[in-house]
Design a protein. Structure first.
Length: 167
């Protein structure tokens, strides 16, 4: 199955982590990769690394803020994509957090994702993708799409990101 967690609301990564825990609880093999995110920045990374070992990767360069940083971001995304393809052959479920960010930023291409989706289906593997702004072509090819919508967030009132809440 192809599952997508999208939308402008908080909780897409948390949904992916919940999917990881559920699959692990059923004895499934899971790999979890994060596009864009640097390792060691968020609490979930410590726990996923502990649970999954080498089946967890956060090799991103952070969020793309300047055009001149595109090449190192692309290289990091390709490293994560190669890692994902390697693990696709040995797991039941592959979860790729912030996939849609990498896609929408032009760091990875539609063709690269369509190829990964085709590989996951050919190998009968579950593929879980997350990020904002899921494109129509991806929604159409997915089996399950969940949109998380922001109704209210503390940062609008000037509160900074909170430890254990945002990271």
């Amino acid at each position: 199955m192809l599952l997508i967690y999208t939308g402008n609301g908080k909780g897409k990564t948390c949904a992916c982590i919940g999917q990881t825990v559920r699959a692990l609880g059923q004895g499934m093999e899971v790999a979890f990769g994060q596009f864009m995110k640097r390792d060691g920045q968020a609490g979930e990374q410590k726990m996923l690394s502990h649970l999954l070992g080498s089946r967890f990767l956060a090799a991103g360069e952070g969020f793309l803020r300047r055009g001149e940083d595109r090449i190192p971001h692309r290289n990091a995304a390709l490293k994560t994509l190669d890692w994902a393809r390697e693990h696709l052959t040995t797991v039941d479920m592959l979860i790729l957090d912030e996939t849609l960010y990498a896609l929408n930023a032009g760091i990875l291409t539609r063709e690269e994702f369509e190829s990964l989706i085709a590989e996951s289906r050919a190998q009968n593997r579950h593929l879980v993708l997350s990020g904002r702004h899921a494109p129509d072509w991806l929604i159409e090819s997915a089996d399950i799409v969940t949109e998380l919508r922001e109704i209210k967030h503390a940062w609008h009132t000037g509160l900074k990101a909170a430890l254990g809440i945002e990271f």
